[in-house]
Design a protein around this ligand. Structure first.
Ligand code: FES
Ligand code: FES
Length: 150
């Protein structure tokens, strides 16, 4: 049994130590907002936060999470940065197909937590690991700037 704290709730999951956190979240706990894309830490679709830091859950063995708090897109709107990011995403209609957007929002919220007024290069550096096949990058950058001013 592995103990996790996910979105503020303590959970005990009976899974192998090396199961990626992504599968625990989606298949065991039922939080399907976090997406599977590449499975090799290259696309960012599976991004969640551990103690506020964005991580790729597709390559993170669940046993390595330890006591760090897991936050997924289902709960990011309850944080000050996450709330601003989600509102900006709605205001600027960032989303196209939506598949990558959960991961985008998790990375953008983490960026604003550590850099409240990010420059273009701050945004590019923080978001470079989140790939969007629909090409929403221009609107993502604009939404991050709007969220920073909110
Ligand atoms: S699914 Fe994890 S980075 Fe692509
Ligand atoms: S909105 Fe479709 S992949 Fe990003």
């Amino acid at each position: 049994m592995i103990a996790l704290n996910v979105n503020g709730q303590d959970r005990n999951v009976d899974v192998p130590d090396d199961m990626p956190l992504l599968w625990v979240l989606r298949d065991v706990i039922g939080l399907t907002g976090t997406k599977f894309g590449c499975g090799i830490a290259q696309c960012g679709a599976c991004t969640v936060q551990l103690d506020g830091q964005p991580v790729r859950s597709c390559v993170l063995p669940v046993a390595s999470v330890g006591s760090r708090h897991v936050t997924t897109v289902e709960a990011i709107g309850a944080t000050p940065s996450g709330k601003k990011v989600q509102q900006a995403w709605l205001d600027l209609e960032v989303i196209q197909c939506g598949y990558c957007q959960s991961g985008q929002i998790m990375s953008a919220s983490a960026l604003l937590d550590r850099t409240p007024d990010p420059s273009d290069s701050d945004i590019d550096a923080a978001m470079s690991g989140n790939i969007c096949r629909c090409g929403t990058y221009t609107r993502i950058r604009a939404a991050i700037k709007q969220a920073a001013k909110a």
